[in-house]
Ligand binder design. Structure first.
Ligand SMILES: [Zn+2]
Length: 212
C-alpha cells in the first residue's frame, strides 16, 4: 500500500524531506487471463497440531500447484487456500488451458496420495488430507496491475468477477469453471464432458467440467 504522510507531519521542520521516499504507482490497463486454483475440504480444526499440520499440507499443495504452471502464469498472490494467477495478453487456447488444469489436478492428487501413503501422523488434518479437493476458476477480461515497489496488485471488475465465481452454487467439489469470455469461438469438441452450469452469476455464462 502507498505510504501517506500524516497531515501533522511538518516536512520543513523535520529535515527528513530528503529521506522521504516517493512511491510511484504505475497503472497498466490491460486484458488478460485470471486463473484461480482453490483448495477446499479441510474443516476447522480445534487441535493445535492439526491446525499446524493443515497449514503445512496446504502450503505444500500450493507449491505443487505453482510448480505445475505450464502457461507462463504469474502469481499475483496467495489468498488463503487459493492462488491468484494471471497473464496479460491474448487468452491461451481452450485446449492449452484444459491441459494446464489437468496437469494441476493430476499433480495435486498425486501429492495427496503420496502424503497419504507416507503419513504416520494420527492427527485429524494428516488423516483427512486425502479428501481435499481442487477447483479452478478461469476467466478472461480487463484488469489492471499496479506496482508499488516490489508488490504487484491486481484490480478491476474482472478480478472481482473471478473471485465471485469462487462462491457459487455448484454442488460438486472438484471442477474447472470456465467463463464464456474464454469459450468464445473455440470449439469444446474433444474435451471431456461439459455441463452447462445450473445457474449463472450476473450475466456471466460459464461451463464446468466435473472431475470426480
Ligand atoms: Zn498431523
Amino acid at each position: 500500500m502507498p505510504g501517506f504522510v500524516s497531515p501533522n507531519f511538518d516536512l520543513s521542520r523535520s529535515g527528513e524531506a530528503k529521506h522521504l521516499n516517493v512511491l510511484t504507482i504505475e497503472y497498466m490497463e490491460n486484458r488478460g487471463l485470471v486463473f484461480i486454483p482453490d483448495i477446499s475440504g479441510f474443516s476447522r480444526f480445534v487441535n493445535e497440531t492439526a491446525i499446524e499440520h493443515a497449514h503445512l499440507i496446504i502450503q505444500q499443495l500450493l507449491e505443487i500447484i505453482i510448480n505445475a504452471n505450464q502457461l507462463g502464469l504469474i502469481v499475483s498472490e496467495v489468498e488463503g487456500d487459493a492462488i491468484l494467477f494471471y497473464k496479460f495478453g491474448n487468452p491461451p487456447s481452450l485446449t492449452a488451458l484444459y491441459k494446464q488444469v489437468e496437469t494441476m489436478f493430476c499433480l495435486f492428487h498425486r501429492g495427496l496420495i503420496a502424503q497419504n501413503t507416507l503419513n504416520t501422523c494420527p492427527c485429524e488434518a494428516c488423516t483427512t488430507a486425502i479428501n481435499l479437493t481442487l477447483k479452478v476458476i478461469t476467466h478472461y477480461g480487463e484488469f489492471t496491475e499496479y506496482a508499488v515497489r516490489n508488490f504487484n496488485k491486481l484490480i478491476g471488475k474482472d478480478i472481482i468477477v473471478a473471485h465471485q465465481l469462487l462462491k457459487n452454487d455448484i454442488e460438486q467439489h472438484e471442477y474447472w469453471l470456465v467463463t464464456q469470455s474464454l469459450i468464445q469461438d473455440h470449439t469444446l469438441k474433444g474435451l471431456a464432458d461439459w455441463i452447462p452450469a445450473p445457474r449463472k452469476p450476473k450475466a456471466e455464462k460459464y461451463l464446468f467440467n466435473t472431475r470426480s
